[in-house]
Design a protein around this ligand. Sequence first.
Ligand code: HPA
Length: 283
Amino acid sequence: MLLLAEMEKDIFDKVQESIGFIRSVIPSSPRFGLVLGTGLGSYADTFEEKCSISYGDIPNFPVSTVSSHSGRLIFGKKCGIPVIMMSGRFHYYEGYTARELTLPVRVIKGLGADHLILTNAAGSVNPHYREGDLAIISDHINLMPDHPLRGLNDLRLGPRFPDMMKAYDRQSNLLFKELAAKMNLSLRESVYLALQGPSLETPAEYRMAHILGADLVGMSTVPEVIVARHEGIKVTAFSIVSNVCFPGSILTETTLEEVIEVVGRSASGLSLLLDKYFETLAS
Ligand code: HPA
């Protein structure tokens, strides 16, 4: 038990150390954290006053092992609003524990952000969805085999039993839906089911996800959402449908190249929506 207690203290201290280093590089405190998933990294290029740090230079940060993820923490401003972006995230399938891979979320909160926006590519198991559709997550089902809050709880980080009734900030979701409607952009309100990967799902597993009530399946986001809620910060999450996985009769093989290609083609809608959101907040 002593070991576990020490491990807990470790997280708090590690986060403080990471924050100390990042603060010495970035010019001011971010208001938002933004996690850029597969194929979405280039949104960071549209920010002003950018400054970026390689994950490898940040004390205690995990290092991305996925070739499609660049691995940089980027500070920038959009309509004057300071945002800290993760270009490249960490996944359970890379070998990190859920605790380790969510350390950056705690760092983002510690730097001053009170709202985390996450993006990802996902497979759809809702028969009405099409490749390239844009979705806003309203709820999740966590079927990952590890939990980021497993072990002793450090009350300096958050409560032992964080509530998940309103994991995804309802007011923000409403605002995003209103903005999307004004822009004539279809935004599907979705339940995201998280699985460990890295293999994609079998036809029976996609069918299971559909039966369980999910619209989307993916290998990320949920551990970060749980930790952001543990830290008490607001969460909004978006998916771009990179492959349609239900019903089984239309299921085809999925490759990373295809996922990146589809997301790349559809990323402009999400970029425009995020731009509009920041513009609305700034006005
Ligand atoms: N399954 C899991 N993760 C994914 C998928 C999928 O079909 N597509 C993109 N990420």
